[in-house]
Design a protein around this ligand. Structure first.
Ligand code: PLP
Length: 387
């Protein structure tokens, strides 16, 4: 059969039924699996015969999710994890050892930075942070022991982008693995492996579930890499539960439709915000005013659902807008059908020092919106209340 298109894979890949011939994928809520005989058990354990043994290693519902996500990212293999942080931690622990060095983007999810600074560092793995878009900084930070580049593109909340193809060439020339956290765009809008990345990491908690119901994560790459990460997961235990796997598996069915709708709503809201006199600056990659608009257009199939903007009048003005909303949820979560609104300087980025906030451009007047799938005119009216 010829290679199927994205939306068909999103609905059909990994699909199989049991003897009951159920049409919707079953949830295999079982911790272990039985064998026909002692001989079969021996074969399963020695890997002579493929098959399930214990749900910390494999589970059919989890397997269906892994196969489908791998098909969508164009990866040879995938291992699912209990959360996005578990996916990042498992990747680092499986592939690195004491003495190795990581170059990481400064503009990553806050907990990823904390993980590198407080936990990974305990194991004698050193980290240098660079500005995401600065290719020279990435190249100049390479040491003899640099093993991994780690980043998110676009960054959240300001939407900085790095040229993945150019960065992957630098990585390859220096025998460094390039790992990209693709949670903000998902494979519906960006495929890092096609742009030269070696590893894609997901917090499936965000857009892949898309409805704020559960935590889940995944790591994707070639078979050799994923075997190592799977080895770490099955031994240390951050495996994805069958129930959560079923939720994110179902989320993938509608992924592209939802991402396109998030993009449409975000662009409409951002375009409207840019025209408001009380708004100082809007950061959305879909706007021509964004410095990385053209780069994003080249390597992404859409600009995503995160819009941030600066309001005239500082922190109090920002708080007033947030407090005046009646539809938006005041929460730091993102990637939900429900729109969320937050003040990064005092929440997601509250741990940063004033200097770090300044260098990351997180000002007191900045508001971040994760644009959901409500009617965008209602969202505009809701923001307008505080303006
Ligand atoms: C939320 C998030 C994570 C962490 O994922 P969890 O599922 O909450 O552990 C990692 N990276 C990005 C980009 C995220 O938005």
């Amino acid at each position: 059969m010829k290679e199927l298109n994205f939306d068909t894979k999103a609905i059909r890949e990994g699909y199989r039924t049991t003897a009951e011939q159920e049409h919707s994928e079953a949830i295999f809520l079982t911790s272990s699996f039985v064998f026909d005989s002692a001989e079969q058990a021996a074969k399963r354990f020695s890997k002579e015969e493929p098959g399930n043994i214990y749900a910390r290693f494999t589970n059919p519902t989890v397997d269906a999710f892994e196969k489908k996500l791998a098909a969508l990212e164009g990866a040879q293999a995938c291992v699912a994890t209990s959360s996005g942080m578990a996916a990042i931690f498992a990747t680092l622990m499986a592939l690195l050892k004491t003495g190795d060095h990581i170059v990481a983007s400064r503009n990553m999810f806050g907990t990823s930075i904390v993980l590198l600074n407080t936990i990974i560092s305990k194991f004698g793995v050193s980290v240098s942070f660079v500005d995401l878009s600065d290719l020279n900084a990435w190249e100049n930070s390479i040491n003899d022991n640099t093993k991994l580049f780690l980043l998110e593109t676009p960054s959240n909340p300001l939407g900085q982008v790095v040229d993945l193809l150019a960065l992957s060439k630098i990585a390859k020339a220096n025998d460094i693995l390039l790992a990209v956290d693709n949670a903000i765009l998902t494979p519906a809008l960006q495929k890092p492996l096609e742009l030269g990345a070696d590893i894609v990491i997901h917090s499936a908690t965000k857009y892949i579930d898309g409805q704020g119901r559960c935590l889940a994560g995944a790591v994707l790459g070639n078979e050799d890499i994923i075997e190592q990460v799977h080895g770490f997961v099955r031994t240390t235990g951050p495996s994805l539960s069958a129930f959560n796997a079923w939720i994110v598996l179902k989320g993938l069915d509608t992924l592209r439709l939802r991402m396109n709708a998030h993009c449409d709503n975000a662009l409409t809201l951002a375009t409207w915000l840019e025209k408001q006199p009380a708004v100082e600056k809007v950061h959305y990659l879909g706007l021509k005013s964004h410095p990385h608009h053209q780069l994003a257009k080249n390597q992404q199939a859409g600009f995503g659902g995160i819009v941030s903007f600066e309001i005239k009048g500082g922190q109090q003005a920002a708080f007033n807008i947030i407090n005046a909303t009646e539809i938006f949820s005041i929460t730091a979560n993102l990637g939900d059908t429900k729109s969320t609104i937050t003040h990064p300087a005092t929440t997601t980025h509250g741990r940063l020092t004033d200097e770090e906030k300044l260098s990351a451009n997180i000002s007191e007047s900045l508001i971040r919106i994760s644009v959901g799938l409500e009617d965008v005119n209602d969202l505009i009216d809701d923001i307008n209340k505080g303006l």
